[in-house]
Design a protein around this ligand. Structure first.
Ligand SMILES: Nc1ncnc2c1ncn2[C@@H]1O[C@H](COP(=O)(O)OP(=O)(O)OP(=O)(O)O)[C@@H](O)[C@H]1O
Ligand SMILES: [Mg+2]
Length: 224
């Protein structure tokens, strides 16, 4: 155990307890500042974040604006996203909310607000057990200025990249965690998706050892 603790960290003011995600957020802004302040720098970088969870084989947007009811209170409930094939290959989440961040602190505030919507539950093993797989996405977009032979310059999009940081939901024997009812269904979905993830990794390992292997990773058997 300790997956969520490793990704998000413990007490934020204790340096050795800072998690993987806050460390990456700080590093990205440090590197961005270093690159942009180089003499003759020709690129600037925009940072955006997305945060989704895979819960009972649905993908939920954790950063979506909550619709308000007639009294202006936010409507409870999940905001489902559709997984579609991206034009250039890979997958895309249709209408996913991405938020622009101007500091590592802003990135962490979006994680906090997303965590408030994430599914957790008390089990015998963990008082705040993750019942969904959470995927924190960092999107970097370069804007590049190219100087032409005649001395004029053109500014346009450069390279874009996306980093997915995943906090998997716990796999446990349902007998040990003492789950029942709705929580039993959650555990079954979690275990099934982790089994598919394991089979994808196995198939990729086999393909890398033997490119002629006919086994294909079962990517489409789980939203994860
Ligand atoms: N290295 C650590 N130091 C101090 N506390 C820890 C450490 N690792 C885990 N914990 C604590 O143990 C508890 C369980 O950890 P955590 O929630 O990270 O487990 P998990 O693997 O995410 O579990 P689940 O699969 O149920 O989501 C939490 O209260 C967490 O703060
Ligand atoms: Mg967890």
């Amino acid at each position: 155990s300790g997956k969520t603790h490793t990704m998000l960290g413990g007490a934020p003011d204790v340096p050795e307890q800072v998690g993987v995600i806050p460390r990456i957020c700080a590093d990205i802004f440090a590197e961005k500042a270093a690159l942009e302040s180089k003499p003759n720098a020709r690129s600037t970088y925009a940072v955006e974040v997305g945060y989704v969870e895979v819960y009972n084989e649905n993908v939920n947007d954790l950063l979506a604006d909550r619709k308000a009811d007639s009294r202006g209170r936010p409507v409870e409930g999940d905001v489902n996203l559709t997984v579609v094939t991206a034009p250039g290959g890979g997958v895309l989440l249709q209408n996913q909310t991405l938020r622009v961040c101007d500091s590592p602190e802003a990135m962490l505030r979006f994680i906090e607000s997303g965590n408030a919507s994430r599914h957790v539950a008390a089990t015998k093993m963990n008082a705040r057990s993750s019942r969904s797989h959470a995927i924190f996405q960092i999107v970097l977009r370069e804007t590049r200025t190219t100087v032409m032979a005649n001395g004029s310059s053109v500014t346009g999009p450069g390279v874009s990249s996306r980093l997915n940081l995943v906090d998997l939901a716990g796999s446990e024997r349902t007998a040990d965690s003492g789950v029942q009812g709705k929580h039993f269904d959650q555990a079954v979905n979690i275990n099934q998706s982790l089994t598919v993830l394991g089979r994808c990794i196995d198939a990729l390992a086999k393909l890398s050892r033997n490119p002629k292997s006919v086994e294909r990773p079962p990517y489409r058997e789980s939203k994860l």
